[in-house]
Design a protein around this ligand. Structure first.
Ligand SMILES: [Zn+2]
Length: 211
């Protein structure tokens, strides 16, 4: 396995970050700028979007980081991630949301899955969803630790989102900064300063993730 993000079978160098696009989805993954490739929503969901329950976004000026709060137990297969995505989406639809509430989901292997379209505001922080990009990492980081692949992919995604959407890096929050919640868990929250920092300054593989 080489270094960098794999986009349609081509590895792009990215400061030692390694992420594999799920094999069977390689052709349908959408490369975006800055070396982050997003596995499209259609790959994991056949659910309709309900536009009448959604608010069109007028741009974004902040990002909020979440965890799923579901114990992952080290599962890294794409099928386990798809199961998690579908379960979370089903819960959100049942609550009356127009789609899964998060815009992006990052799994333990560092795959970035497209969630709710950026055409719409997210549904992930009570009363604080306006102009707020929702990024969720699979796992319960009160109890588990994020993987270095997951952190590196999240870091690259945050960097790309800030750059492409015009968001300042000091506007990247943990859910607990905006509302009464333990989310995204102590073992992830402790990495937030690194996650929102300059991409080139980070080497997750050599850091001590004592959380
Ligand atoms: Zn949260």
């Amino acid at each position: 396995m080489g270094l960098g993000f794999s986009v349609a079978g081509i590895s792009l160098p990215l400061h030692g970050v390694e992420t594999r696009v799920p094999e069977r989805n390689t052709k349908s993954s959408v490369p975006v700028r800055d070396g982050v490739s997003i596995v499209p929503r259609a790959t994991w969901s056949s659910e309709s979007v309900y536009p009448d329950r959604l608010i069109r976004a007028k741009g974004f000026d902040r990002i909020t980081i979440h965890h799923s709060a579901r114990i992952n137990g080290g599962e890294t297969s794409q099928n386990s991630s798809i199961y998690e995505l579908q379960t979370i989406q089903a819960g959100h639809l049942k609550r009356g949301y127009g789609d899964i509430g998060y815009h992006f989901v990052v799994d333990l292997e560092g795959r970035v899955w497209g969630g709710r379209s950026l055409v719409y505001e997210g549904a992930h922080v009570l009363r604080e969803n306006r102009a707020n990009v929702g990024i969720m990492l699979l796992g319960n980081f009160e109890k588990e630790r994020p993987t270095s692949s997951q952190l590196a992919a999240t870091h690259a995604l945050i960097f790309a989102a800030c750059k492409n959407l015009g968001i300042q890096s000091d506007r990247v929050y943990g859910h607990r900064d905006l509302g009464a919640s333990a989310c995204p868990g102590r073992h992830l929250y402790g990495h937030l300063n690194v996650l929102r920092g300059e991409r080139g300054n980070t080497d997750f593989s050599s850091r001590d993730f004592s959380g």
